[in-house]
Design a protein. Structure first.
Length: 216
């Protein structure tokens, strides 16, 4: 089913405890005792996703498998994603893989631009990325971070023009923020929390730590 649901509605559904909604969609990470077990789960995901008419992003590593069901349209998941997530979790359990929700995140680089149309072609060419919509560049192989071009009304010379966005599980965000501060960072702003916190390193380079909260 392609009916859209919000991140909150997805998380409120039963049977999706292994999953977290990020910028990149509804994602889960399953730790594997062996590479062969991970391969077996990838095969199971292929069959389940094919039957559901979905094309998830699947990352296989010796330590486990990460799977993301990309957002539908301009955000949110589909009703069918709930069923598919449940099925994938059941397949993982059957193969002995253990869900680790803390193992998922999505990283995006944000560039402030006065005229995005003039700078996007450069970044598209230098990275070999593809343009999606008016503001985003994506790695067609889904290996590198996405680029988002944030339009400015006027130059802000007192701030960085490039920062990193890190999308983390909503129940991991505050711990990640605390760890960053303990590691020498500082909190720039929490006025948008729990949607996102703005942090900076010791030299002022900024990062937004973001969740799905606030975008119900």
């Amino acid at each position: 089913m392609t009916e859209r649901i919000s991140p909150l509605q997805f998380h409120q559904a039963e049977g999706v405890e292994d999953w977290r909604v990020l910028f990149s969609g509804a994602c889960a990470h399953f730790r594997a005792a062996s590479f062969a077990a991970g391969v077996a789960l990838v095969g199971a995901i292929g069959g389940l996703a094919g039957a559901a008419g979905r094309q998830p992003d699947v990352d296989l590593r010796p330590s486990g498998v990460t799977v993301c069901l990309p957002p539908v349209g301009f955000g949110g998941q589909s009703v069918g994603d709930v069923d598919l997530a449940r099925q994938i979790s059941a397949a993982a359990r059957g193969l002995g893989l253990i869900a680790d929700p803390a193992g998922v995140q999505a990283v995006q680089i944000s560039i402030d631009a006065l005229v995005a149309e003039e700078v996007m072609p450069f970044w598209r060419a230098v990275l070999g990325y593809e343009q999606v919509g008016d503001e985003d560049l994506l790695d067609p192989r889904r290996r590198g971070p996405a680029l988002w071009f944030q339009r400015m009304g006027a130059a802000r010379p007192q701030r960085n023009r490039i920062h990193v966005d890190v999308s983390v599980p909503h129940d991991q965000a505050e711990a990640r923020v605390a760890a960053a501060i303990a590691a020498g960072g500082r909190l720039v702003s929490d006025r948008n929390a729990p949607e996102f916190w703005t942090l900076a390193d010791a030299e002022g380079n900024e990062v937004d730590m973001a969740t799905w909260m606030g975008r119900e």
